[in-house]
Design a protein around this ligand. Structure first.
Ligand code: FUL
Length: 478
């Protein structure tokens, strides 16, 4: 495919809004919290669900302290227990002793998000191990769509509907062929701004739950990538020609290089989301209180995900009180302090000169300063494209942050950063994709001049921002 065709593929407004959120929270909470399990089997007595101090405002406060912009709640996990009083089942908070069956965790959480100024999203497991209709086809789809409708009409704006690909039914277990297209229509109609994640067309699972990332993350990928997570529940009829081509798995390392795309007939914008838990499990377990990920581990996943053209969905499970445990709260606060400090002082603001080739529409390289939606698109020219930043005195540089203007697609394929060193320019970083954000971490660079050299690119690069940071107030020589 030609560059001009590749850069026709751009995000929808809902995808763009999500990618710009960058970092948001998962909250796994249900009967499992009380039974000490990761997957309930659907036989749990609702009587076990009884948080003593449930307080979603405490969750939201911690989530915000870490710099996250949204929260996705497991409204129903695989065990089928509903955190809201669904009209379509008795297997819910309404049958629990919590608030004498008058409580609604979904309502309290949505309200806490609204009050705290973050966005609210829902996880609704298609796989339901309690509901007797599961595996009957349309009757279960009806049940599922009814629950979706309750969640998407009763709790205000929803930014995310997260559909899990997990289906653990054994060979003799019931099998449900989900009517995905129907689910999607309902979501589009009721919450047009919501992204449908994983088993859905808007956001792609990164392929693991350990916080691993790819060195090159692409948002423009073959259309058939969208179906990889649904294989477990696909019907035979859906198993069309596309799947007899080279199979694509969510774990594949390369989903979008030119080489991969060259034989594809249909491409889509399908950005990656990295999901992992702050603890070993998705749900709270007393014995994991001492195993909260270290600040270093979290910073590392953040830099590779948010800083590697993916969004970061970090799970924090409330305990049996219905609160985030003190250890998790402390870690989230530390993470927020670290990130705010790392990205506080953008030294581009003090640059004496920012030079690049003439920009289209008269927009010069200075457009990359602001971090708003204005951008810099050089006029057609030979590559590499070089952008030069000069200061009047040497600056300590730890992170160089690059952002592409996604409404003009993902274009940059390879770049390097050079720093002035003893009269010459020396490469200090080599990278591939940029996309929504690339955080290039440099080691002890102190320089009065940086060059961002874009060597491979689909068309000309459309750059929204270049920012340069050094943690704290450190100056060169300190
Ligand atoms: C998986 C589920 O089986 C886990 O329990 C968890 O919800 C995780 C986010 O997705 O597929």
């Amino acid at each position: 495919m030609k560059d001009a065709e590749l850069i026709q593929i751009v995000p929808s407004a809902r995808q763009l809004a999500l990618q710009r959120m960058e970092f948001y929270a998962f909250v796994h909470f249900t009967v499992n919290t009380f039974t000490d399990r990761e997957w309930g089997d659907g036989t749990e007595d609702p009587a076990v669900f009884n948080p003593t101090e449930l307080n979603p405002e405490q969750w939201v406060e911690s989530i915000k302290a870490a710099g996250m912009k949204g929260l996705i709640l497991t409204c129903k996990h695989h065990d089928g227990f509903c955190l809201w009083p669904s009209r379509y089942t008795k297997h819910s908070v309404a049958s629990s002793p919590w608030k004498n069956g008058k409580g609604d965790v979904v309502a309290e959480t949505a309200e806490a998000c609204r009050k705290g100024g973050i966005r609210f999203g829902v996880y609704l497991s298609p796989w339901d191990r309690h509901e007797p209709l599961y595996g009957t086809g349309k009757p279960y789809d009806d049940y599922f769509v009814n629950q979706l409708t309750e969640l998407l009409t009763g709790y205000g704006d929803v930014f995310s509907v997260w559909f899990d690909g997990a289906c653990g039914e054994g060979p003799n277990g019931k099998k449900q062929y989900y009517d995905w297209e129907r689910y999607y229509r309902v979501i589009r109609e009721l919450q047009p701004g919501a992204c449908i994640h994983v088993c859905g067309p808007d956001v792609r699972w990164c392929g693991n739950e350990a916080g691993e990332t790819r060195p090159s993350e692409w948002s423009v990928v073959p259309r058939r990538t969208m179906d990889t997570e649904k294989i477990a529940s696909r019907s035979q009829q859906e198993d069309d020609e596309r799947f007899r081509l080279r199979p694509i798995r969510a774990q594949d390392m390369d989903l979008g290089s030119r080489e991969i795309l060259k034989d594809e007939t249909e491409l889509i914008w399908y950005p990656a989301e990295v999901n992992t838990s702050i603890r070993p499990g998705w749900f709270w377990h007393e014995q994991e209180n001492g195993q909260v990920k270290s600040l270093e581990q979290l910073v590392n996943v953040y830099m590779r995900s948010v800083g590697g053209n993916a969004t970061f969905l970090l799970n924090i499970p409330p305990d049996r009180r219905g609160l985030f445990h003190e250890n998790d709260v402390r870690r989230l606060r530390e993470l927020g302090v670290f990130l705010r400090e790392a990205f506080r002082h953008n030294r581009m603001e003090e640059a004496a000169e920012i030079l690049g080739p003439a920009g289209q529409g008269g927009n010069g390289a200075g457009n990359m300063l602001s971090g708003d939606e204005s951008y810099y698109l050089p006029e057609e020219q030979e590559k590499p494209v070089e952008i030069r930043v000069r200061w009047n005195s040497p600056q300590p540089v730890r992170y160089v942050v690059l952002r592409e203007h996604l409404p003009l697609s993902q274009r940059i394929e390879r770049f390097e950063i050079l720093a002035a060193d003893d009269g010459g320019m020396k490469p200090v970083f080599r990278g591939t994709t940029v996309g929504n954000k690339r955080i290039a971490e440099l080691e002890n660079v102190c320089t009065a001049e940086l060059v961002i050299r874009i060597t491979d690119c689909r068309g000309m690069p459309a750059i929204e921002q270049i920012a340069v940071y050094q943690s704290g107030r450190v100056e060169c020589g300190e």
